[in-house]
Ligand binder design. Structure first.
Ligand code: TNX
Length: 617
């Protein structure tokens, strides 16, 4: 009898051991694995250290997160009496003596209880996200699952490296509705993002109700329906119905701001001016240097051919912006408003008499200084609403506004320069942080601009060349020219947003790509349960022409590469290459097919590319 009990115990422990895998993203500052696990039962109590209303809310949030997939209705109690079989949330002012302490937390999982301690409810919230990631993946389900709810014993101390951990979503190029935005925020919160940069206006659509300027949405939010290659789509026809688009009412915005706040995410609204303003001009043509019958752009080529910049010499422009920013400032609690400032085409300013006159009067030597004049005036408008200005790094050109913060996207130099001048910076260099770019071979991916693989996104080091005093943090950006829907938004966001989450949260010395890739894969399984899309492009072959030979590579370790120059579909019986091998091109070869295998199973897509294409690259 004894030996059977013993056997059962061994089985139980080994079952427990199987669930012991810990795959947290972002990686915590310190993590100590211990033996054993906590088993969650229907009787497990959520114990809150005090009556703080927000702590109480978080207790209910936790009960709900656990309730749906487990089917358990965990009781919630308040008190300090030590208990067993409890998840204890302790809000106390004992300080972490570290940077980012406001968001820090400790998490102890023992056999008898789980305890999260933090000095702020934001810290508690972060601890909860980590705790959920320690659960079996089925915790992500939205219906009851039958699994043992074991949580591996562990001791974690954690806090962020940077205070600003952002994600931009462009809702102009393609409109993404309220439900999509909420779902997107749900995911961001899991990876400890705390800033949602909402790109609300651009040439292809204005997306937020402004009561004072109703045409912004009745006209500016709608365009003619088009599909096809972005920038090559047929232009709007005269009198064609504008049926594609959408916008958020102010009630929607309030709801989303609150939804984000409940997840410890603040929303940074962006109104992109003075360039990228075609949707504004479609609604209010009088704000252009030469008013015309402007049309919201449907993805056709127009840059430089059609004016898309506001007239900086017109008082009405500033009156308009004052009206818009009054309402924006009231809707969004974020201390900043993003005014864009990027890629402003100034060709029409150059030929405008009013602009020339203004430049002469103000002693502005070129249109870059004219844009700087504009931005400085906008900064005053924002300040009058109690807001700080942030803009893309173009706002450096022609002179930076006195208190402006710079978002560095054209590489890192804008950020470096601004920080040297004593301005705050947020880093989002396109070659590391633009998740609208190709994540695998362009032949296998939807059209976009440049390339950004997962390992490159992961390799980013934000502090290079920048005094940490001015470095607020960074973000990654999902521009949506080629993001028609939620599934594609998720495909482009994950896994690269996991890399960025770690870049901006985790300690520098904890970074390790191989370990990260393994954790990403575990996260994929959780996404599957949560029905969130993601890209598996990190498993795809990488093919290049080097020294007149074909070089084969993989992005992650441990894959076998199989290939053929003949007309067959390669599998693991075909020739095998090692990572980095260079293969001579056989005479007459016009194409190569490559596929990766792992442990005898195909993984990733089959890549077919012509030698001619490779030569062109
Ligand atoms: C540049 S980043 C832009 C966006 C595009 C993006 C595409 C920035 C400030 N401007 O308008 O969508 O590239 O990658």
């Amino acid at each position: 009898m004894k030996s059977i009990q013993f056997l059962c115990l061994i089985l139980l422990l080994s079952f427990g051991a199987k669930t012991q895998e810990i795959n947290l993203i972002p990686e915590p500052v310190t993590l100590l694995k211990q033996s054993g696990f906590f088993n969650l039962k229907p009787s497990t109590t959520i114990l809150l250290s005090n009556n703080d209303p927000e702590l109480q809310r978080l207790g209910r949030v936790l009960a709900e997160m656990i309730g749906t997939p487990t089917g358990y209705r965990l009781p919630i109690r308040t008190g300090t009496k030590t208990t067993i079989n409890a998840i204890v949330l302790v809000l106390e002012k004992t300080t972490f003596q570290v940077v980012g302490q406001e968001e820090g937390y400790s998490l102890e999982v023992g056999r008898n209880k789980i305890e999260i301690k933090a000095q702020t409810t934001h810290g508690i919230f972060n601890g909860l996200q980590t705790l959920i990631q320690l659960f079996p993946k089925e915790i992500e389900a939205n219906a009851v699952q039958r699994v043992a709810w074991n949580i591996p014993s562990v001791s974690i101390q954690d806090y962020p490296r940077f205070a600003w951990r952002g994600m931009l979503l462009d809702v102009s190029r393609h409109f993404h509705n309220k439900a999509m935005v909420k779902s997107y925020l749900d995911q961001l919160a899991k990876f400890k993002y705390n800033t949602f940069h909402w790109h609300l206006s651009d040439d292809q659509g204005w997306r937020i109700e402004i009561k004072k300027y109703p045409k912004l949405t009745s006209v500016g939010a709608w365009r003619v329906p088009r599909v096809g290659k972005w920038w090559k789509r047929p232009e709007p026809e005269e009198n064609e119905a504008t049926t594609e688009g959408g916008f958020y009412t102010q009630e929607d915005v309030k709801e989303i701001v609150q939804y984000a706040k409940d997840r410890y995410i603040t929303i940074l609204p962006e109104i992109d001016v003075p360039g990228h303003s075609l949707a504004i001009l479609a609604a209010y043509p009088e704000l252009a240097t030469v008013p015309k019958n402007f049309k919201v752009n449907p993805g056709s080529e127009f840059y430089r051919k059609v004016e898309n910049s506001l007239d900086p010499s017109n008082d009405k422009t500033y009156e308009f912006l004052d009206g818009v920013f009054t309402e924006i400032a009231q809707l969004f609690p974020h201390p900043y408003i993003h005014i864009g400032g990027d890629e402003c085409y100034k060709g029409y300013w150059e030929t405008s008499n009013n602009c020339k006159k203004l430049m002469e009067k103000e002693g502005l030597k070129d249109t870059k200084e004219l844009q700087s004049f504009f931005v400085k005036k906008v900064e005053k408008i924002l300040q009058s609403k109690g807001k700080k200005l942030i803009g893309w790094d173009e706002i450096l050109e022609g002179g930076l506004a006195p208190d402006a913060t710079v978002m560095s996207w054209r590489g890192t130099k804008g950020g470096i320069e601004a920080a040297k001048m004593g301005h705050n910076v947020v880093m989002t260099p396109s070659d590391f942080c633009y998740i609208d770019l190709y994540q695998g071979d362009p032949i296998l991916e939807p059209d976009t601009y440049g390339k950004l693989r997962l390992n490159k996104a992961y390799s980013y080091e934000p502090s290079e060349g920048i005094d940490s005093k001015y470095l607020l943090g960074g973000q990654c950006n999902l521009w949506s020219e080629n993001i028609p829907n939620k599934r594609q938004a998720e495909y482009m966001t994950y896994p690269r947003a996991l890399a960025t989450a770690e870049v901006f949260w985790s300690a520098k010395d904890r970074k390790n790509f191989d370990g990260f890739a393994k954790r990403v894969e575990a996260q994929f399984a959780r996404f599957d349960v949560a029905k969130i899309n993601y890209s598996r492009s990190m498993f795809d072959p990488i093919v290049a022409l080097v020294d007149k030979q074909i070089q084969l590579n993989t992005e992650v370790n441990g894959l076998d590469i199989h290939y053929t120059f003949e007309r067959g579909i390669p599998d693991n019986f075909y020739p095998k290459a090692k990572n980095g091998d260079k293969i001579p091109i056989p005479k007459g070869a016009d194409q190569i097919r490559v596929v990766n295998y792992r442990d005898g199973k195909p993984i990733g897509k089959i890549l077919l590319i012509s030698i001619a294409d490779l030569e062109k690259r």
